[in-house]
Design a protein around this ligand. Structure first.
Ligand SMILES: [Zn+2]
Ligand SMILES: [Zn+2]
Ligand SMILES: [Zn+2]
Length: 323
């Protein structure tokens, strides 16, 4: 890609213009045909493969795409990088046949009660459910179920586009969703938007009246008082969760996990890894500015990370569980 003297991409276009260029089925079809091709295609070849009757109209649509989405070379037309991204996004959301994974048992167990888990794919996410207990969001005062899908044992969800369901059984879908989501989390923790690569604004949230002695706090709907929200500075991505999300690439935590056989990118046992990620202890030393200790445990060992108001680790201490 050419880089203009001001440091911006030479062929960058405003969002309104880019949406406008794509606002026609023929143009999207042209991108798809070029995406399917092994190399540059001649004008006549694209015309033959796209469902359009009028060559004048076809010429107009192709011309509109040339520059930003399509490159015209001596050998013919081919996708430019932004065009490739459009086609990739279309394929990620498209499957031949229906994208469906109804509630299915998998070879994983609940981090709370050890019962078999079931998974279900819905609207871009693999949802995890426990068959034996009320799940994560039901752990609250007096054991009274509350929160998201508490009656169904909901344990949380992992991201996976519809294309991820193809050619995988339920266990394969769960593994793929974990790795896919871990990749996104790593980007976010590094301040990189996983969708567009722009900078991500991080907001650290502290529940000032946190009451989670018996589980989920009625004020922040979480069992942890410190949370984090990520907002992309460029696109619409907005997401968040507990503070551990901001530590996905933290060296001491990665070392602690792998020392205990827990692979954060491709785990053998998702339940065991989830237990370490979810059940860390929190100690608030000061709220304004934030000064907190987060203690993770695995196999009786512990790692305590002291974090500041940006959730940057200022001190890491290992405990060997008294051995
Ligand atoms: Zn359970
Ligand atoms: Zn709270
Ligand atoms: Zn973004």
């Amino acid at each position: 890609m050419d880089v203009a003297p001001d440091g911006t991409a030479g062929d960058a276009v405003p969002a309104e213009e880019a949406f406008g260029m794509l606002g026609d089925a023929t143009r999207v079809d042209i991108l798809r045909v070029l995406g399917d091709a092994d190399g540059p295609l001649a004008f006549s070849t694209i015309y033959d493969r796209v469902d359009v009757d009028d060559s004048g109209q076809f010429n107009y649509h192709l011309d509109t795409l040339v520059g930003h989405f399509v490159r015209k070379t001596d050998d013919g037309y081919r996708l430019a990088r932004p065009g490739r991204r459009v086609v990739e996004a279309v394929f990620a959301g498209t499957v031949t046949g229906e994208a469906r994974l109804p509630r299915t048992p998998v070879d994983e167990t609940c981090e709370y009660c050890g019962s078999t888990l079931t998974v279900e794919w819905r609207a871009g996410s693999v949802e995890l459910y426990c068959t034996g207990c009320a799940g994560r969001y039901a752990r609250t005062h007096g054991g009274k179920p509350r929160g998201h899908d508490a009656d169904r044992g909901y344990l949380g969800r992992l991201l996976l586009p519809p294309a991820g369901l193809a050619d995988r059984d339920a266990d394969g879908v769960l593994d793929a969703a974990w790795t896919w989501t871990a990749g996104e989390a790593a980007a976010l923790a590094g301040g990189i938007c996983p969708r567009c690569s722009a900078t991500v604004d991080r907001t650290v949230l502290v529940c000032r009246d946190h009451r989670a002695d018996a589980g989920q706090c009625p004020n922040c709907d979480s069992n942890h008082a410190v949370g984090v929200r990520f907002d992309c500075s460029n696109c619409i991505l907005q997401t968040g969760g507990s503070a551990v999300l901001a530590l996905a690439t933290q060296t001491d935590l990665l070392a602690f996990l792998t020392d205990h056989g827990l692979n954060p990118l491709a785990p053998d046992a998702i339940g065991r890894l989830n237990e370490t990620y979810q059940s860390y202890e929190e100690e608030l030393l000061a709220v304004d500015p934030l000064d907190a200790r987060l203690s993770f445990t695995a196999d009786g060992d512990s790692l305590t990370l002291r974090v500041d108001e940006d959730l940057a680790v200022v001190e890491a201490t290992r405990g060997d569980g008294g051995r």
